[in-house]
Ligand binder design. Structure first.
Ligand SMILES: Nc1ncnc2c1ncn2[C@@H]1O[C@H](COP(=O)(O)OP(=O)(O)O)[C@@H](O)[C@H]1O
Ligand SMILES: [Mg+2]
Length: 276
């Protein structure tokens, strides 16, 4: 059966690689055959999933660009660091990668793509992704991160994304209920489903220190629970609604509304004269 492809998208630094690696581990822990592919030239996507296993060049590489590297990871998962395989925004090398005997013979249930480019018009999925393609959006409550998710939603509503399903929003790095309210308000407005909320947690650093995913390093922490929850939405294979996006004016109005709410709460100054 063709693999299901999960594409993890979001602004740089928002927690995509953390989400991708922990989702991979949670799916592998549920007995699934998982390939995790990172497209970052720092080769840092699979570190916690592969632990101390060393990377080696992929055999029989015929693709353009530098040869990708691979290692086995947690629960027999397959870790690949592909570097930047994009040419003019198109993941041409990724197509070659999916056709490589190493990946084909592994016969994955899920291929998780941790893309390092930001969602924009140039976002093109590997042509060899024959199975279902599901996009997961990672965001914090920062405006830049939410803006990137809004761009993704705009792209999801274009013709080139018609074969793509939506996998939900993973809200990351929450440090208080207000942050969660900001993102859930955006999700409500666009009709997006929140797959899980992950708090800002030192356990994520602990997992980096141990060089293990949270599934391994802290199986019963609440952050680990959040990643298992994301895996659950993937395993349940629900057809999620395709979110709408906010146009420039609506996004601006939304941002100003939250600016005012937070200013009122932080300073006690109410603009329209009413009480909080
Ligand atoms: N929920 C969290 N709590 C604490 N630190 C986090 C959390 N999520 C991510 N981080 C840390 O933030 C940094 C950036 O995360 P990363 O997953 O590499 O982002 P991206 O891949 O989107 O650039 C990493 O050092 C990671 O350990
Ligand atoms: Mg990354």
């Amino acid at each position: 059966m063709a693999a299901q492809h999960l594409v993890v998208v979001g602004k740089s630094g928002v927690g995509k690689s953390t989400t991708a690696a922990n989702l991979a581990a949670a799916l592998a822990d549920a007995g699934k055959r998982v390939v995790l592919i990172g497209y970052d030239t720092r080769w840092n996507t699979t570190a916690t999933l592969r632990g101390d296993n060393l990377l080696a060049p992929i055999p029989h590489w015929n693709g353009e660009g530098a040869v990708p590297f691979y290692a086995r990871g947690f629960r027999s998962s397959l870790c690949i660091e592909a570097g930047d395989l994009t040419i003019e925004g198109e993941a041409v090398g990724a197509t070659e990668l999916l056709r490589n005997p190493l990946v084909r013979e592994y016969d994955p249930d899920y291929v998780i793509h941790d893309v390092s480019w930001e969602p924009a018009a140039s976002f093109v999925l590997p042509a060899a992704a024959e199975g279902v393609i599901r996009v997961l959006a990672v965001t914090s409550a920062d405006m830049g991160a939410i803006h990137a998710v809004n761009e993704l939603f705009a792209w999801l509503n274009t013709v080139s994304a018609t074969d793509c399903r939506f996998g939900g929003v993973v809200v990351n790095n929450l440090s208080g209920p207000l942050y969660e309210s900001i993102v859930s308000d955006f999700a409500n407005l666009t009709g997006a489903t929140v797959a899980a909320s992950v708090t800002h947690s030192l356990m994520v650093s602990v997992s980096d220190f141990y060089n293990q995913t949270l599934i391994e390093a802290a199986p019963s922490s609440h952050v680990t629970y959040a990643y298992r929850k994301v895996a659950r939405t993937v395993l349940d294979d629900l057809e999620l609604r395709r979110p709408a996006f906010l146009d420039t004016v609506a996004l601006k109005e939304w941002a100003v509304k939250w600016g005012e709410i937070i200013t009122e709460l932080e300073t006690g100054l109410v603009r329209d004269g009413s009480n909080i």
